[in-house]
Design a protein around this ligand. Structure first.
Ligand SMILES: NC(=O)c1ccc[n+]([C@@H]2O[C@H](COP(=O)([O-])OP(=O)(O)OC[C@H]3O[C@@H](n4cnc5c(N)ncnc54)[C@H](O)[C@@H]3O)[C@@H](O)[C@H]2O)c1
Length: 272
């Protein structure tokens, strides 16, 4: 059984690897013998994560890269190949929402600024497609590889207020299916593309919506989420690791083009 989940010696590229969820993935993979390239627009964060991994005896490099700039991703690819020789796993983790693209009492849907909507679309869907073009090409040439995208519960059923994020994550789920089929039809049956759909994890990008900054108490939305999550809590970054290991390993060799909820049953619960 252990061999089925063995990923040691492989090379993983993780975009947004300096962030909350994907830094946990970087640490977890490195602890299992994966060579990890931590890509992030925030170089300091990427360096901190790679440094932490190396301090524990793992193999990691930090690379400053913008998932919206193909030349920047290509430069990152060259550094990865120089250091690690190949790419086996791509985790498209960079993504998120921003307050300016979120409907609130002072900002109606009708007045949401175009640039904020565009920012969210670009980061989540274009920022998933471009790294897949660059690193997926290596997989196509090798006829082997695994891609993991970061979708969201927001893709299954839209959440109130975060209109652009919901639509962009729905696009990430759709692209996951499209890309899985495209690789198999045109390049190899040994390239798989799947996505994680995390439920609610308390992180910087949603903190302003879920915790009252004055009192530190949950907002009404925070309470609604917990009461709609049958497991009764927010997810912890470590909750994603088992599903990630399954999807990137041979244990999932016939699993392709799926979006796996890791959500404490949020998606299963009708509310009644
Ligand atoms: N937190 C949640 O509850 C939750 C739920 C579902 C899905 N997700 C998704 O999981 C992923 C990780 O989320 P997180 O909560 O860890 O977010 P995070 O903000 O902690 O991490 C995102 C990282 O992406 C980096 N980044 C931003 N723009 C970039 C760019 N243009 N190029 C390269 N890197 C860039 C940021 O610097 C940051 O380190 C995102 O795609 C997010 O949408 C999060």
């Amino acid at each position: 059984m252990a061999d089925l989940f063995d990923v040691s010696g492989q090379v993983a590229v993780i975009t947004g690897g300096g962030g909350v969820l994907c830094s946990e993935m970087a640490r977890a993979l490195a602890a299992r013998g994966v060579k990890v390239a931590v890509l992030d627009i925030n170089e300091e964060q990427a360096k901190a994560v790679a440094g932490e991994i190396k301090a524990k005896g793992g193999e990691a490099i930090a690379i400053a890269a913008n998932v919206l700039d193909k030349a920047s991703i290509e430069r990152a690819r060259d550094i990865v190949l120089e250091n690690f020789g190949t790419v086996d796993i791509l985790i498209n983790g960079a993504g998120g929402n921003k307050a300016e693209a979120t409907v609130n009492d002072n900002m109606s849907f009708f007045d949401l600024p175009m640039d904020a909507i565009q920012w969210v679309f670009n980061l989540n869907i274009v920022g998933t497609i471009l790294p897949t073009q660059v690193f997926g090409k290596i997989m196509a040439e090798r006829e082997k590889g695994v891609v993991i995208n970061m979708s969201s519960m927001a893709a299954f059923r839209p959440l109130t207020r975060t209109v652009a994020y919901c639509a962009a994550k729905a696009a990430v789920s759709n692209f996951t299916q499209w890309m899985a089929v495209h690789f198999n039809h045109n390049y190899s049956p040994n390239i798989r593309v799947n996505a994680l759909a995390p439920g609610f994890f308390l992180t910087e990008q949603n903190y302003y919506l879920l915790v009252d900054k004055e009192t530190g108490e949950p907002t009404q939305r925070g309470n609604q989420i917990i009461s709609h999550t049958p497991v009764g809590r927010y997810g912890e970054p470590a909750d994603l690791i088992g599903t990630l290991l399954w999807l990137i390993s041979d244990a999932a060799s016939f699993v392709n083009g799926v979006v796996v909820p890791v959500d404490g049953a949020f998606q299963a619960y009708s509310g009644v």
